[in-house]
Design a protein around this ligand. Structure first.
Ligand code: FCB
Length: 398
């Protein structure tokens, strides 16, 4: 008998987020941002996943995947401050139950970039009581999903939210002075800690973590002192600082890994694409080794890890398959080196709304025709499903 590359309980799955797939999420800050031209396309009906989730989860299960990472939408659950919508809550309870019925482990994210309009209108993350408001919403969701959901992520990519929203300003709330960016980062750490305590009370059996975006920073010129200093500084600020703030309030850590970036100054990097190196349609470099390094380093926190996102936007589906297998090989190598990795969630299950980039980038295992909303399973999805079913990587993966 061939030994498996991954244990039978390994969580092979795919990820989405509410605003990117559900459609008509019109009571949040991103919707308003889109109406003001902040995205190449407005999200509109997205993939109509709010209605089509039963079929989509069944598709995922039929591929052979055993887990689904998705997010619940605060703007739907608490459409006005302090008023919780029982229909929205039961919608997400149904989603979790649907997963369970099909033998799919749900991995639930509570915040994936969007804020309810009422909160963004009174300061968003920087509103003085935002951490308490977030914790109250999280408690409500935890009470609703009690006993049904095990793996729960409080916040998706807090540092990307700060970087894209406050520093670069391509996302809401738009560019802000550096001091506000720093306050937002600190505040998002408080969000996690407050939410952790509230959810623990509501359901002590939930395993709580955050989805942390990890960039593999390397100096462009290893002989240049400033390039080297830059990679150490950016690694600390972007990868480590937030985790250090929340590590004592985590049962596991989610790692979202996409790319390596080369540093050319204290706070500067260059996109690899510019140099003709392998890259995705987003211009992100393709370096599977960076995932191994990320997991091995994150393992030093002494917690279980899940790769909560990893994926590629491309036209060539074979390239997607190679991306998946080479990154899974990196996961296996990290496990062989001692990292306690429990799962891998490909980004994304469906082609979807890629924030300011609109609908052009196609990350999906499943293509979506947005006129008809019909789904087409890609070959990479079938082959990824085979890996999930057998626990075996194809030979050439490393
Ligand atoms: C991550 C986000 C996710 C998606 C992918 C491509 O940073 O968490 O929503 O946009 O990038």
């Amino acid at each position: 008998m061939t030994a498996r590359d991954f244990p039978p309980e390994f969580l092979f799955g795919a990820a989405t987020s509410a605003h990117q797939v559900e459609g008509r999420n019109d009571n949040c800050d991103w919707w308003a941002w889109e109406q003001r031209g902040g995205s190449k396309d407005p999200s509109g009906d997205a993939c109509d996943h709010y209605r089509q989730y039963p079929e989509d989860i069944a598709l995922l299960r039929d591929l052979g995947l055993n887990s689904y990472r998705f997010s619940v939408e605060w703007a739907r659950i608490e459409p006005r401050e302090g008023q919780f919508d029982p229909l929205a809550l039961s919608h997400y309870r149904d989603m979790v139950e649907r997963c369970r019925e099909l033998g799919v482990e749900p991995i639930v994210t509570l915040h994936h970039f969007t804020l309810p309009s009422w909160l963004s209108q009174r300061g968003g993350v920087l509103a003085p009581d935002s951490a308490q408001l977030f914790a109250r919403y999280c408690r409500k969701v935890a009470e609703t999903l009690k006993g049904r959901a095990t793996w729960v992520l409080t916040i998706n990519e807090p540092m990307i939210l700060v970087l894209m929203g406050y520093v670069q300003g391509a996302w809401p709330p738009g560019k802000r002075p550096a001091a506000e960016a720093v306050r937002a980062a600190r505040r998002l750490a408080a969000w996690h800690r407050e939410a952790f305590a509230a959810i623990r009370q509501a359901d002590p059996d939930m395993r709580l973590g955050i989805a942390k975006h990890w960039i593999d920073f390397r100096p462009l010129d290893a002989g240049d002192r400033l390039h080297r200093l830059g990679s150490r500084l950016q690694h600390h600020l972007f990868n480590r600082w937030y985790l250090d703030q929340v590590k004592s309030h985590c049962d596991f850590i989610g790692i979202n890994y996409y790319a390596r970036q080369y540093t050319t100054g204290l706070l500067r990097q260059v996109p690899l694409a510019a140099q003709g190196a392998p890259h995705t349609e987003m211009g992100w470099s393709i370096v599977p080794e960076g995932l191994r390094l990320a997991l091995v380093e994150a393992a030093s926190y002494g917690l279980p890890l899940i790769v909560t996102e990893n994926g590629i936007a491309c036209q060539d589906d074979l390239q997607r398959l190679r991306y998946i297998t080479s990154h899974l090989a990196a996961v296996r190598q990290a496990m062989a080196a001692g990292a306690d990795v429990r799962g891998y969630q490909y980004w994304s299950l469906l082609d979807n709304f890629e924030w300011a980039e609109g609908y052009r980038p196609e990350f999906g295992l499943i293509a979506v025709d947005r006129q008809t909303q019909s789904r087409t399973v890609r070959e990479s999805a079938r082959r990824y499903g085979e890996i999930a079913k057998t626990g075996l990587l194809p030979e050439a993966a490393d």
